[in-house]
Design a protein around this ligand. Structure first.
Ligand SMILES: [Fe+2]
Length: 384
């Protein structure tokens, strides 16, 4: 985002903070609990997510030719490489012999040796050698290798598709107007500081919903985020199926008397993107967080991969330690505050005690997300 756009957002954020209001929808929405508990609905959603382009990390995770990283996407083990030609490629991280993962973690490697029987692959996914070749006259033909997946590098992030036969990913089309905006943050070039996993008894959409409003900050996060950001005060803008929320920080009203030229927008805002269907991206002055939320084994199970990147130079130990502590703090807040409560809610919804939840006019991100799912799945569970 250029400075003009950031100043414009800051102006809008200052106005809602001063007026003690928030962006609103025209009316409330009654949301069926079944949207989070119904098996058939869940199965169709899993397929929807499986077919969608998946943001899986930062460009900076593959900084130079010869680097690689590994991911788990909807349970599929994925290996991403940057080969000598500079291109990002993705493969199922599954040996063609007995399906062991051929790579672990991330780093630099031009060859991957399967730990099971030492089949060797290059970073373009081709089988290049290994012991006992006489045993595999049918399999070891030219072209044998890891199964390649569609991959792209776009807007600073790494993307994969889970269907090997689906053809190239069109991320520019997927993101629309949001693509240049995401690129402008430069988050893709920030230093990645790890990945933490939350394997939870929460429906995947309910997990996403915890990021879609700040109405809960003063209660759920009263000793954490609520000390920094305002509650029930957010700007909402949609970009096709994606949306952006801007959370004004508590002290934003201090800039009201200062000239706009002197404003530091990122000292007064946090920006949260919901990238359809299952990614949350949070941008602040110090952190670029990615939450990849995947449907799990059943409607009430999901897995969240939480990554963070920082614009700080991590070459000295003290800065690295500080960045790690900030990440742990943000992660613990999601785990111990949002997700702990969400797991209780999931149990209540599964009990059938109450057929519906309510989305308020002050929760436009929730409305937008679920309207997008209803439209994509073709048969909203809404019954009014
Ligand atoms: Fe929260």
């Amino acid at each position: 985002m250029d400075r003009y756009e950031l100043i414009d957002l800051t102006r809008r954020a200052l106005k809602i903070a001063t007026d003690r209001t928030t962006d609103m929808t025209a009316s409330e929405r009654r949301q069926p609990a079944a949207a989070y508990t119904d098996r058939d609905r869940f199965d169709r959603e899993r397929e929807l997510v499986r077919r969608a382009p998946q943001l899986v990390g930062y460009r900076s995770e593959l900084p130079t030719p010869g680097t690689f990283c590994t991911k788990t996407v909807m349970d599929v083990p994925v290996l991403l490489t940057r080969a000598a030609d500079g291109q990002v490629r993705a493969f199922q991280n599954v040996c063609a012999h007995r399906q062991a993962p051929v790579a672990q973690g991330c780093g630099e490697a031009e060859r991957f040796v399967c730990p099971f029987h030492a089949w060797v692959y290059n970073n373009e996914g081709q089988y290049v050698g290994g012991p006992g070749q006489d045993g595999f006259p049918q399999t070891l033909r030219p072209g044998v290798g890891l199964t390649e997946l569609p991959a792209a590098e776009h807007s600073g992030f790494l993307w994969v598709g889970l269907d090997p036969a689906a053809g190239p990913l069109d991320i520019a089309d997927h993101l629309g107007d949001l693509g240049p905006e995401l690129e402008s943050w430069n988050i893709g070039n920030w230093a990645p500081i790890g990945e933490k996993v939350l394997d939870t008894q929460i429906n995947w959409k309910f997990a996403l919903d915890t990021f879609a409003e700040n109405y809960h900050f003063a209660s759920v996060h009263k000793d954490t985020f609520g000390l920094i950001a305002r509650s029930n005060c957010a700007l909402f803008d949609s970009f096709g199926p994606h949306h952006r929320l801007v959370f004004p920080l508590r002290h934003i009203t201090d800039i009201a008397e200062q000239p706009e030229d002197s404003w530091e927008p990122l000292h007064n805002l946090a920006v949260i993107y919901a990238l359809y269907p299952n990614i949350v991206l949070s941008a602040t002055v110090a952190n670029g967080e990615v939450f990849r939320v995947y449907p799990g084994r059943e409607p009430g199970h999901s897995v969240t991969y939480h990554q963070n990147a920082t614009p700080m130079d991590l070459s000295d130990e003290a800065t690295r330690k500080g960045a790690g502590e900030i990440f742990e703090y943000a992660h613990a807040t999601v785990r111990d505050e949002d997700y702990r409560l969400a797991a209780e809610i999931q149990r209540a919804m599964a009990s059938g005690a109450r057929a519906e939840l309510v989305f308020g006019r002050n929760e436009p991100g929730l409305h937008h997300r679920h309207l997008a799912f209803d439209a994509a799945l073709g048969d909203p569970l809404l019954h009014d």
